[in-house]
Design a protein around this ligand. Structure first.
Ligand SMILES: [Zn+2]
Length: 97
């Protein structure tokens, strides 16, 4: 793995100083065995946020169909209605045999 943390240095999880030779962070308890699993700080810095246009993504994903959410709701209404009709038919026709 790249960027593997080795004391002394700042804990990659909580940012507390981990002294030389320490096997675990005194503050949050992360250790070498757990992989100092605090990659969030470095990942946050490395993410190319500028290249991802969220508004454009939303516009492309939902712009062509603004009623998408309403459509999903209507679908569930139809499903509920179908179930209701099924139950009514079962109640009216209890013995088809
Ligand atoms: Zn820590």
């Amino acid at each position: 793995m790249s960027g593997r943390f080795r004391p002394p240095g700042q804990c990659p999880v909580c940012g507390e100083w981990v002294s030389k030779g320490a096997v675990a962070c005194d503050d949050c308890g992360s250790c070498e065995k757990s992989g100092w699993s605090g990659n969030t700080h470095a990942d946050g810095l490395d993410l190319p946020d500028d290249e991802f246009d969220y508004d454009d993504f939303i516009a492309r994903e939902f712009g062509s169909n603004p009623a998408r959410k309403t459509g999903v709701s209507n679908l569930w209404w139809w499903v509920a209605l179908a179930l209701l009709i099924t139950f009514v038919l079962m109640a009216l026709m209890p013995a088809l045999s």
